[in-house]
Design a protein around this ligand. Structure first.
Ligand code: DGL
Length: 267
């Protein structure tokens, strides 16, 4: 069993985009990933339900002796991050603040767009964090609920996906920076880039989150001494499907060696 790893949870597969960035930034670290594939999506569930799910995912990861928790899911970060910080005695990192900071570093016009699930967008979390970090920033938000099922279906370079993306993104006007405020959206980055053109910088919070995890581990002197970290995966539904779809999110070699188990959770 992997001990003293980085615990990462997401509502399903999407958090693997965050895990990939963390693995690249911290190749020596052990990682334990838990995807709540039985209860995904979180994006349209109530804050109370998401908080309960987040607590259960966290309890499971803590039983594996993790040294730091990464809430890779934007929706869970929006509704449960502060709560988890109050109940845990290990560092807890979410994806919203790192993505917001990164957007503020690159924007020139201070007009920032954010796309995410209905839950994340309706929570107002991005507007709150961005305006707390810089009160002069103008934020435009747009929920894109069809993006998650399109990615899960593997419909990425697809005319229907392009048309849907065009319709969603048309509501964001005059922005020079766009935050991908959902784990699945980095998979659609090329489609989004093609629609928005060169004048808009796309911010993928996974990369920035990985830097925050690296800094936090260093600051707390929690570095792993081994030269090659190991990864272990847990899911709450069919591991076979997870293995198959994870190829879209991760490198081939991680998929080959994937140590994967199923955990039963109540609905
Ligand atoms: N992981 C979710 C997020 O980043 C997207 C998928 C879902 O709706 O559960 O918000």
């Amino acid at each position: 069993m992997i001990k003293h790893g980085i615990g990462i949870f997401d509502s399903g597969l999407g958090g693997l985009t965050v895990m990939k960035a963390i693995k690249e930034a911290l190749p020596c670290e052990n990682i334990i990933y838990f995807g709540d594939t039985a209860r995904v999506p979180y994006g349209n569930k109530s804050p109370e339900t998401i908080k309960r799910f987040a607590k259960e995912m966290t309890d499971f990861l803590c039983s594996k002796n993790i040294k730091i928790l990464v809430v890779a899911c934007n929706t869970a970060s929006a509704f449960a991050l502060e709560y988890l910080k109050t109940i845990l005695d290990i560092p807890v990192v979410g994806v919203i603040e790192p993505g917001s900071k990164s957007a503020l570093e690159v924007t020139k016009t201070k007009k920032i767009g954010v796309i995410g699930t209905k839950g994340t967008i309706n929570s107002g979390v991005y507007e709150n964090i961005l305006s707390r970090l810089d009160s002069t920033v103008e934020v435009q938000v747009k929920a894109c609920p069809l993006f998650v099922p399109l990615v899960e279906e593997g419909w990425v370079e697809n005319k229907i996906t392009e048309d849907i993306a065009k319709q969603y993104l048309a509501d964001l006007t005059g922005i020079d920076t766009l935050i991908l405020g959902c784990t699945h959206y980095p998979i659609l980055k090329k489609v989004i880039e093609n629609i928005l053109g060169d004048s808009v910088i796309i911010v993928d919070s996974a990369i920035e989150t990985a830097q925050v995890v690296r800094n936090t581990i260093k600051l707390n002197a929690m570095e792993q001494k081994a030269c090659q970290g190991q990864s272990e995966f847990f899911v709450s539904d069919d591991p076979g499907k997870f293995r198959e779809v994870s190829r879209k999110f991760l490198d081939e070699d991680i998929c080959q060696e994937m140590l994967l188990s199923k955990v039963i959770l109540m609905p």
